[in-house]
Write a protein that binds this ligand. Structure first.
Ligand SMILES: NC(=O)CC[C@H](N)C(=O)O
Length: 233
């Protein structure tokens, strides 16, 4: 699997994401500066990391979505490429028009930084197929603008099309209000594009993808990607 991580001024999860992708793939991810106009040739996966691109000015991800590299990322996505956006990466994908909905200030108006439980809502995607029976996972969140907002029609469409990848749940797997760290509609933590090849999610699987980080609940995401790419090769 050939992957690239896009680096913006203010990205701070770019190295973690590159380590997780590189460990799963057995080859290092390329780091691509946001001012580049083109992606490296032959890529299988483009990953947009968490952080505070451009200091979160204007709206989180709004300025990064207009960086030169994003034209190439949108083009890659439109050609069916696999694109993963985590946290600020999710915000950037929404601002770039690659995923629907909006991410707004947490309901508490406070930055939230803790581990949450997620339910893996679908195995039908290149990001989630390897979760298998492991349907409730523990992953960290760290954000102030993580409330996923969708109107009724969009939320219903995402549900009907099996495009909700993850929900915030309690340790028993129930999507309760108390388990929702930010006020997201329907406890939604991650969504897929209509072709299922773009995923945006607020929690950070790359931060729990190695035993040395205290857990491996995030690792199946990176294994899923490697398997999906190997299947078509
Ligand atoms: N960890 C992150 O990517 C933070 C995302 C974003 N800047 C926020 O706080 O909402």
């Amino acid at each position: 699997m050939k992957s690239a991580v896009i680096v913006f001024p203010g990205s701070n999860c770019d190295r973690d994401l590159a380590v997780a992708l590189g460990a799963a793939a057995g080859r290092p991810a390329s780091m691509v500066w946001h001012k580049d106009a083109a992606l490296p040739p032959g890529l299988d996966v483009v990953a947009i990391p968490g952080g505070f691109s451009f200091g979160d000015y204007l709206r989180c991800g709004a300025i990064a979505a207009r960086s030169p590299i994003m034209r190439a990322v949108v083009d890659f996505a439109h050609r069916g490429g696999i694109v993963l956006g985590i946290c600020n990466g999710f915000q950037i994908l929404i601002e770039a028009g690659l995923l629907p909905g909006a991410l707004m200030r947490n309901q508490t108006l406070k930055f939230v930084c803790r581990d949450v439980h997620l339910s893996v809502e679908t195995l039908q995607s290149p990001f989630t197929s390897a979760f298998g029976n492991q349907r409730v996972i523990r992953v960290p969140v760290a954000h102030h603008d993580g409330a996923y907002i969708a109107d009724y029609a969009l939320a219903a469409r995402l549900e009907a099309e099996d495009r909700i990848a993850f929900r915030y749940v309690d340790a028993d797997g129930d999507a309760t209000e108390a388990a929702n760290p930010n006020g997201s509609v329907g406890n939604i933590a991650g969504v897929l594009s209509d072709n299922r090849r773009i995923l945006g999610m607020m929690p950070h699987p790359e931060r729990l993808a190695d035993p040395q980080l205290g857990g491996t609940d995030g690792a199946p995401m990176f294994r899923s990607l490697v398997e999906a790419v190997a299947e078509v090769a």
